[in-house]
Design a protein around this ligand. Structure first.
Ligand SMILES: [Mg+2]
Length: 145
């Protein structure tokens, strides 16, 4: 049955383990960037992010970052060291970039998951693309006083 809710919920992206991805038949993991894989203020990928991406790659899961962020230069600089493709200005909740990415890398909707922090963009875009939506908690900057 069609549901507009996230299919799974997690605290953070690290909770999405390669074992879980394998068990769930996920071969393509589309990831939101801001407040999902990084805090807005992070200019460079955190070590835990780089490690998590490596582990997913080793488990044969393709990762593509799909962000609504339109700052191409910043996105490129952030994604390059991770060696993952990234799509900017994706206009989620429109599903066009999600579908185009599945076609480009030749994965089926049932092999694909969209992981993101926001219902109104990430979850809805996944639903429109007829793929599973996995939601993480919105990551917030800790303001140090
Ligand atoms: Mg986000």
């Amino acid at each position: 049955m069609f549901s507009i809710h996230a299919d799974k919920k997690f605290e953070r992206f690290e909770d999405v383990t390669p074992e879980l991805l394998k068990k769930s038949g996920v071969k393509l993991l589309l990831c939101d960037l801001d407040n999902t894989l990084r805090l807005h203020s992070e200019k460079e990928p955190a070590e835990e992010l780089a490690e998590w991406i490596e582990k997913c790659k080793k488990a044969d899961v393709k990762i593509v970052i799909i962000s609504n962020n339109g700052r191409k230069k910043m996105m490129r600089k952030f994604c390059e060291p991770l060696n993952v493709p990234c799509v900017w200005w994706a206009k989620k909740p429109l599903s066009v970039k999600l579908t185009a990415t599945m076609e480009k890398y030749q994965f089926k909707p049932e092999e694909t998951v969209m992981l993101g922090d926001k219902w109104s963009t990430d979850v809805l875009a996944a639903k429109f693309a007829k793929i599973r939506a996995w939601k993480v908690e919105h990551r917030r900057d800790i303001i140090k006083i």
